[in-house]
Design a protein around this ligand. Structure first.
Ligand SMILES: CC(C)(COP(=O)(O)OP(=O)(O)OC[C@H]1O[C@@H](n2cnc3c(N)ncnc32)[C@H](O)[C@@H]1OP(=O)(O)O)[C@@H](O)C(=O)NCCC(=O)NCCS
Length: 167
């Protein structure tokens, strides 16, 4: 997780005036609850403990929300386990109406920059085999499939592990 002071200060302003991303704070709880129930739990089953991890940085997680003005654009969660030599994209999601405008690529840039900040050289992500578009996105960004895991989140579902070695 990021140190508390950095978490407070981090507010990444993108090139366009209205688009920005910032760390999750406790007052975001209702957004996080909605996001978890509507988007993640149908894919991964009940994961109520994730909300506290996103807010408190438990389990080495740092979570970000992206906005266009007041509108929610997407969610990014990174996991920096000190025992691993890579940074993990724990969750990355751009709302449908904001896709294909470079937002996912921007999230990836943030993840890659933070990988370097943590003095790591690899970025990893796990995607359900059913999410062909998401796998296509990461492959187009030089991620390579390194493993497949059966029944990790949901019984009967295979997860694809992808990794990118940063230059
Ligand atoms: C994957 C995702 C983050 C991409 O976000 P995005 O904002 O649309 O991405 P960008 O606009 O930056 O980049 C899209 C580019 O990636 C590449 N790309 C995307 N999907 C691709 C595919 N299936 N095959 C090949 N290239 C692909 C293309 O170059 C594409 O450019 P285009 O839009 O001009 O065609 C978004 O689709 C998403 O959130 N999907 C759901 C992810 C999910 O389920 N997350 C939960 C588990 S972690």
């Amino acid at each position: 997780m990021l140190e508390p002071d950095i978490r407070k200060e981090l507010h990444i302003k993108a090139k366009e005036d209205q688009f920005y991303i910032r760390c999750v704070v406790r007052k975001d709880i209702w957004i996080l609850d909605y996001f978890l129930s509507m988007i993640l739990e149908p894919k991964y089953g009940s994961q109520r403990n994730w909300i506290e991890q996103w807010i408190n940085g438990e389990n080495h997680k740092t979570a970000f929300l992206a906005f266009w003005g007041n509108e929610l654009v997407g969610f990014l969660c990174l996991k920096n386990n000190p025992d691993k030599n890579y940074l993990k994209i724990s969750t990355m999601f751009i709302l449908t109406k904001f896709r294909h405008r470079g937002r996912g690529s921007f999230f990836l840039e943030v993840a890659e920059n933070l990988t370097r900040v943590y003095c790591k050289s690899e970025l990893s992500v796990t995607v359900s085999e059913k999410d062909e578009n998401t796998i296509g996105f990461f492959r187009s960004k030089d991620f390579k499939v390194i493993d497949k895991l059966k029944d990790k989140y949901q019984k009967g579902t295979t997860e694809v592990v992808l990794k990118k070695i940063l230059k």
